[in-house]
Write a protein that binds this ligand. Structure first.
Ligand code: ATP
Ligand code: MG
Length: 137
């Protein structure tokens, strides 16, 4: 059984959408096995998104992720990494399929409500970035 790291981003926590987004995960068969609300510093957001350091939107992305609290969570299920990305929808909400989180809730390509790990390697790194072994059962 697979696990993936999910983040409910500032645009969504600000609009009080955590429960509605979590319902989408659960309806898709993903189980929330760990969850907490944190407020990242811009430096911590930068470390988390280090792979995007050379992209033009990196500064904006880090500032956005540090602008309000986020909810970080570990989702578990069969094929959880891909399943989560299906439920999230395309990065740009204009391209997201009907019924996906980003189609329903995202405001723009930057303020797109959720993050999900994109591979087993990034899932392992991202889960350990936010959660200790003691927090995961
Ligand atoms: P995430 O990694 O957050 O799950 P993703 O894998 O769909 O999203 P990435 O290409 O990894 O997309 O980009 C990471 C994040 O950077 C996006 O979710 C979005 O918030 C932001 N981003 C991506 N492209 C742009 C852009 N052109 N302008 C502004 N922000 C962007
Ligand atoms: Mg990504």
């Amino acid at each position: 059984i697979e696990r993936t790291l999910s983040i409910i981003k500032p645009d969504a926590t600000k609009r009080n959408l955590t429960g509605k987004i979590n319902a989408k995960f659960e309806e898709a068969g993903l189980r929330i096995v760990a969850q907490k609300r944190i407020h990242l510093s811009a430096k911590q957001a930068g470390q988390f998104y280090a792979e995007h350091a050379e992209r033009g939107f990196y500064g904006e992305l880090c500032e956005f992720m540090a602008s309000e609290p986020v909810v970080v969570q570990v989702l578990e299920g069969e094929g959880a990494i891909l399943k989560n990305r299906e439920v999230m929808g395309a990065t740009n909400p204009a391209n997201a399929a009907e019924g996906t989180i980003r189609k329903e809730f995202a405001l723009s390509v930057g303020e797109n409500s959720v993050h999900g790990s994109d591979s087993p390697e990034s899932a392992a790194r991202e889960i350990s970035f936010y959660f200790s072994g003691l927090e995961l059962v």
